[in-house]
Design a protein around this ligand. Structure first.
Ligand code: 13P
Length: 251
């Protein structure tokens, strides 16, 4: 039984007051929701403001990135242990926007995952192909490289703290969702990679989220697919009612 995860990635939006107001509006809308892990990922500077509003609720806190060292002369970076200290239980690593705009590679993603796991965080590990890669029929190759590279050296015992997020780059912020079948095909492939790299038991247990233009009106179809265990939501997570409708997909 895989417990679904619905995570809101707020990206570079919402200063403290707006972030606090958003989560304060969300909490009552999802307070009776059981059987779904609910996560929000504000910008670093709004973590404390959001944390204050979710104490004692069923909403969990995530950061959107971290560095791989715990401390040192690394100006401008934030360590996984500092995120845990700030109240985060989760961290997003390897988002396509970081790969695209900030030069993150499978190797840096791997270092970050390793460090975040050591700090006790649950990792939302993002992968996904670009439109050019899909059109060149390279989707499975790209996913294989990203999964293998990102999880290199990660022991089977740590897999329970990893959630994979499949986000086809062409579906992010474009309003173009992968069809249920396209998403299911990729998810099934990703799960088969986990069987190859680890074993069937871990592959059956790992949650694989879909991300890319998830909205209240398409979440049900996606969630009905065998290998889709949740969603990583961008735009629609910036409003309490639309995010709550996604969280409450089963109602
Ligand atoms: P959108 O839901 O805005 O397409 O963003 C998806 C995403 O990148 C979540 O991490």
């Amino acid at each position: 039984m895989r417990i679904p995860v619905i995570a809101g990635n707020w990206k570079l939006f919402k200063k403290q007051a707006d972030a606090a107001a958003l989560v304060a509006a969300l909490v009552p809308l999802v307070k009776d929701t059981v059987g779904v892990e609910i996560v929000v990922a504000p910008v670093f500077t709004s973590l404390a403001a959001v944390r204050e509003k979710i104490v004692g609720t069923n909403v969990k806190l995530s950061a959107q990135n971290c560095y791989w060292e715990e401390e040192g002369a690394f100006t401008g970076e934030i360590a996984p242990g500092m995120l845990a200290d700030a109240g985060c239980s989760h961290v997003i690593i390897g988002h396509s926007e970081r790969r695209q705009f900030f030069g993150e590679s499978d190797a840096t993603v791997n270092k970050k995952i390793t460090a975040a796991l050591s700090a006790g965080l649950v990792v939302l590990f993002c992968i996904g192909e670009t439109l050019a890669e899909r059109e060149a029929d390279r989707t499975f190759d790209v996913l294989r490289t990203q999964v293998t590279g990102g999880l290199s050296g990660i022991p089977l015992s740590a897999l329970a703290s990893i959630v994979i997020a499949y986000e086809p780059v062409w579906a992010i912020g474009t309003g173009k969702t992968a069809s249920d079948a396209q998403a299911q095909e990729a998810h099934a492939f990703i799960r088969s990679l986990v069987v190859e790299l680890y074993d069937q038991h871990s592959a059956d247990a790992i949650r694989i989220l879909y991300g890319g233009s998830v909205k209240p009106d398409n979440v049900k179809g996606l969630m009905s697919q065998t290998d889709i265990d949740g969603a990583l939501v961008g735009g629609a997570s910036l409003k309490a009612d639309s995010f709550a409708a996604i969280v409450n997909f089963a109602k």
